[in-house]
Design a protein around this ligand. Structure first.
Ligand code: ADP
Length: 595
């Protein structure tokens, strides 16, 4: 007789799973325990939401589905955000949820809830094995669905009577799934793509996180170096081609988008992150050559799909490089290139000015400048020894352009779904992906990496308790909480003023200027203290000198460190978000006509 939990654990072992993220409770505790008995790491979180977000990013970093285990009912509902999150990001995730006994269905069983109809519309596959014999093949099918084709989430519901029962079943070892099948492009598609690039007046290459996931860095670097084409990475496409490349025109992002006439889109979608590839942010009639593993994606938003290519990025870009031969873009003296360079210099100058401002509390730019400079003095960026996690509105947006990435898969942020609360979860996942004994590490880098999280104070609040998880597993993550006492902006620039607003709010007064606004957070909340209760180190930094010292201490520590970085509350800041074009279509048309 074999224990049900063991059958499940063996299936995961057969598939090569090395880490499971989860929050154990009845009936899934024994799946965790049996998996650990088989040598699989189990990382136990404080909330299922953080566990599933960690598993999804582990899938992105390793190229294999991240596995998450949770209990049914409230537990599985807490993981729910992770399913559309993984789908939106195209990250492979296998979620295993325990559920109440099938024979107690509809009787008011413990945590009873039928998760299949809830998860099915958002997952690539959602299954419940009716018999214990079927568990291994269902787990394998779900794992395969998560990983093959366009990656995404899959779910297996495991009833308690299967997990906790003993069964007379024979063990059949599952065949492993080492690599997803990959397709190349027909030669004529490669030729027409090259022809379009060669005849473009203003060509642009856009590199997305699909290129990082597809491990296409070698091929894309060869393409950029050989042709000299200007390129632009998306937020998580950063590092596929090193940011230091002379062909990187990130600092002229808007200008490049507005002027390019032919765009080679590698592992990125024309969604909100790339403002849909449409005017007014993009040139009207821009030709898109999109390379993607998913045919469904091509031709979206009214674009002509005829030049686009279905296939694996690494293989297709290699085909493009072979076909292009020694051709080199000669547009360096063109009006297009001059415009890009001018915009780049202007924007870099603007950023440098903000970063050099000497006032206290520090501007975001100043704080990030100090952190980056100090980290670079402790670790050479070319080695890719630091993984950056970043979330929050201002903290994520501003840090993205300041922190340069010279390697792929070392930057994680809120992603396509703009999910908040990902930071501590991603940091734990990155730690496991890069620092556990089985970790592959990233090409050209040493095995061990320091994980650094840049957290907005609001974003940090979503899953701050996961610092205890880091402490428990002795993960030496370095967290900076960028504290401006509010979402987007704070309400007051002194404790006294903030308290006056608080008094009015408590007394039942309406919002600012009388009381606190909806976006206010506690004034200079002591976020560093959470590290202290978790066996870590908490530090506060108000000045560049304090921040430098805290960064050095945090980098060298062997326990989690939370640095509470007090920055300018920016009370008068306009609430805009440059990535979004919120104007309704009619206003947009007017705006377009004006341009
Ligand atoms: P970004 O957020 O960086 O703009 P997206 O998540 O929008 O990137 O796009 C990533 C794209 O990469 C998805 O459309 C996905 O189908 C695609 N993709 C993932 N892996 C591969 C691969 N190996 N080959 C080709 N395309 C891939």
């Amino acid at each position: 007789m074999v224990y049900g939990a063991k059958i499940i654990a063996q299936a995961l072992q057969d598939l090569g799973v090395q880490v499971i993220f989860g929050l154990p409770g009845l009936p899934v505790i024994d799946i965790a325990q049996e998996s650990m008995n088989l040598g699989i790491n189990f990382i136990s979180f404080r909330n299922e939401q953080a566990a599933v977000l960690a598993a999804s990013s582990y899938g992105y970093l390793t190229g294999k589905p991240g596995v998450c285990i949770c209990v049914g009912g409230p537990g599985v509902l807490n993981t729910f955000p992770g399913i559309p999150h993984a789908a939106a990001n195209c990250w492979p995730l296998l979620l295993l949820g325990g559920s109440s006994e099938t024979h107690n269905a509809n009787k008011g069983a413990f945590q009873e809830m039928d998760a299949l109809p809830i998860f099915s519309p958002h997952a690539k596959l959602a299954l419940r094995p009716p018999y214990p014999e079927m568990v291994p093949s269902f787990v394998r099918d779900a794992y395969r669905a998560a990983m093959f084709g366009r990656p995404g989430p899959a779910f297996v519901d495991l009833p308690a009577n299967i997990i906790m029962g003993h069964f007379d079943v024979e063990r059949h070892k599952l065949s492993p799934l080492l690599e997803a099948p990959k397709a190349v492009a027909p030669p004529e598609k490669i030729r027409s793509a090259i022809e379009a690039l060669k005849t473009a007046k203003a060509p642009l290459v856009v590199v997305g996180k699909g290129a990082a996931y597809g491990r296409a860095e070698k091929q894309i670097q060869a393409l950029i170096e050989r042709t000299g084409l200007p390129f632009l990475p998306t937020p998580m496409g950063k590092g596929v081609v090193p940011d230091a490349s002379p062909h990187n025109i990130s600092a002229a992002r808007s200008t490049a988008m507005k002027t390019a006439d032919v765009v080679l889109l590698l592992g990125a979608r024309l969604n909100w992150i790339l403002t849909f590839g449409l005017p007014p942010k993009w040139k009207s009639g821009v030709k898109i050559i999109q390379v993607d593993i998913s045919a469904d994606e091509l031709g979206k938003n009214g674009h002509d799909p005829s030049l686009s290519i279905v296939g694996d990025l690494a293989l297709v870009v290699e085909q493009l490089v072979n076909e292009i031969g020694n051709w080199r873009w000669q547009g360096q003296s063109s009006e297009y290139y001059r415009t890009l360079q001018a915009a780049k210099s202007k924007n870099e100058e603007k950023a440098a000015k903000k970063a050099s401002a000497g006032k206290i509390p520090m501007a975001y730019e100043k704080a990030f400048g100090v952190i980056q400079e100090t980290l670079n003095s402790l670790s050479t960026p070319n080695n890719g020894d630091i993984v950056y996690v970043s979330e929050g509105a201002k903290a994520m947006d501003i840090s993205r352009s300041i922190f340069t990435m010279e390697h792929p898969r070392i930057r994680l942020d809120a992603g396509t779904y703009a999910t908040m609360g990902v930071g501590p979860a991603y940091a734990i996942a990155a730690y496991a992906a890069y620092n556990y004994p089985h970790a592959e590490g990233s090409a050209g880098t040493r095995g061990r990496k320091k994980i650094v999280a840049i957290e907005g104070d609001s974003a940090f609040g979503f899953s701050a308790m996961e610092v205890e998880t880091m402490g428990r597993y002795r993960m030496d993550v370095l967290i900076f909480v960028i504290n401006n006492s509010g979402l987007y902006r704070g309400d007051a620039d002194s404790k006294e003023k903030w308290q006056q607003l608080q008094d009015m709010t408590v007394a039942g007064s309406p919002a600012r200027p009388k009381g606190l606004s909806a976006t206010s957070l506690g004034y200079e909340t002591d976020y560093q203290k959470i590290a202290e209760v978790a066996g870590g180190i908490g530090l506060v930094a108000r000045t560049p000198e304090e921040l430098k010292e805290a960064t050095i201490k945090g980098f060298q520590a062997k326990v989690p460190v939370v640095v509470n970085v007090i920055v300018d509350t920016q009370t008068d800041l306009e609430m805009d978000f440059s990535w979004l074009d919120m104007a309704p279509p009619t206003d947009k048309k007017k705006k377009e006509q004006k341009l």
